[in-house]
Design a binder for this molecule. Structure first.
Ligand SMILES: [Zn+2]
Length: 410
């Protein structure tokens, strides 16, 4: 065989060999896809004994208003409807010349409730989600973090991108975004993403997320430690950080897409991770059938920590409950319960799963292949739950499917 033929044969073999891991990853996504469908069929939704109403939505969404995004309102509303979301929390970057919080989606549109927030940056480089946003956000980049937090007299302030946040001693923030899709996606090696896309995008565009999704271990530890240090309640949320701006497209002069490969359209982003908010059904107590879910109720529920993070892409997390009971009270995640004699903690999951109960950040009890866990405690501390689906193949089975907010036994 001629020398050049030998070389090209070796190169061909090497090329084929280099693709083997990606072919395997495509095969693995196929197995994941089948397992997710199987799980969906096993879901059991029991009626809520505590009379809590559940609303699912997404937090941390940008439109083109504050730059960095090409998204328009119609696309966002359509994506929320396609995902059957109850709410979307917009977090527009401020602009110098206009009030992006006043201009973004607010109130009800097409059956979806919108909250008009801002993602603001302080002079210290810290970033906050202000819910709702305000016209002063445009000037926040000239103020220290504490001044931004102090100028707010109402609403909610959440720490965004906790891995970069510096002023943890500041007062006035009520929680932090422990998981962010964009931050997680940035950890992917672009070459790996390219070949994964080549092999798997056509068949499993959404499940590409499964290749890079990892438990936000550092942020969860930060959160647990902060609650302990500060001795105060802190709510955890997850951010889709949806921009609809990752990918390439070629448009004609009328704006019609001729060729497009978009990795984060809103509809797909809204499918990955959601915040599920639980509201006491006060209206039904008064003989009305449905609570009037509005911005105030949504904000109050998030502020109270009456919510959990669900990676719904892997299975609908609707129906998850984490409650505390003693002789007098019946409370839910986010709440504080006073330790008299003992507190009974209950976890309910809509699928047989691995349930891990943590106290002050450390696992204290674990149950496998179950949809219910009970734990009796006589110790003060903050208790929270992570739920896993080890039935799912690949790295996904080892990552949390649900992250609850804590119950504070005081
Ligand atoms: Zn953002």
């Amino acid at each position: 065989m001629k020398r050049w033929k030998k070389i090209s044969l070796v190169v061909c073999c090497l090329l084929l060999l280099s693709q083997a891991p990606f072919a395997y990853r495509r095969y693995r996504l196929g197995r994941l896809h089948a397992a997710i469908q199987q799980l969906a069929a096993q879901r059991t939704a029991s009626p809520d004994p505590d009379g809590l109403l559940e609303f699912k939505g997404v937090v941390h969404v940008h439109s083109s208003l504050g730059g960095h995004s090409n998204g328009n309102f119609s696309a966002i509303i359509a994506a929320a409807q396609a995902n059957q979301l109850n709410f979307v929390v917009m977090t527009e970057h401020p602009a110098k010349e206009f009030d992006t919080a006043a201009m973004t989606l607010k109130g009800e549109h097409g059956g979806v409730l919108f909250l008009n927030g801002n993602e603001t940056s302080s002079a210290d480089g810290d970033r906050l989600l202000l819910l709702p946003g305000d016209s002063a956000a445009a000037g926040d980049s000239r103020s220290p973090t504490q001044a931004v937090l102090s100028r707010r007299t109402s609403g909610l302030a959440l720490v965004a991108y906790p891995e970069e946040f510096k002023n943890w001693d500041a007062t006035g923030y009520q929680g932090l975004e422990v998981y962010n899709v964009y931050t997680n996606a940035r950890q992917i090696n672009p070459l790996v993403m390219f070949f994964d896309g080549l092999w798997s995008y056509r068949s499993y565009p959404e499940l590409l997320f499964a290749n890079f999704y990892r438990r936000p271990a550092d942020n969860l530890k930060r959160w647990d430690d902060l609650i302990k240090q500060k001795g105060q309640r802190l709510v955890a949320t997850a951010g889709n950080d949806a921009h609809a701006n990752i990918g390439v497209s070629l448009n004609d002069s009328s704006g019609k897409t001729l060729l497009g490969l978009q990795l984060d359209p809103y509809e797909r982003s809204f499918r990955l991770v959601r915040l599920h908010v639980l509201v006491k059904d006060v209206a039904s107590l008064n003989g009305l059938s449905v609570a009037s879910f509005d911005e105030r109720i949504l904000l109050e529920a998030i502020a109270a920590g009456h919510c959990f993070i669900g990676f719904d892409l892997f299975g609908d997390t609707t129906g998850f409950r984490f409650t505390a009971r003693d002789a007098n009270e019946n409370l839910q995640m986010g709440d504080e319960i006073k330790l008299e004699d003992q507190v009974n903690l209950h976890v309910n999951v809509p699928l047989a799963a691995r349930i891990v109960l943590l106290k002050d950040g450390a696992p204290i009890q674990e149950s496998n292949a179950t949809s219910f866990m009970e734990y009796l405690t006589r110790e003060r501390g903050s208790y929270r739950v992570e739920v896993y689906l080890p039935q799912l193949p690949g790295p996904v089975g080892l990552q949390p499917w649900i992250i609850s907010n804590p119950i504070y036994v005081k």
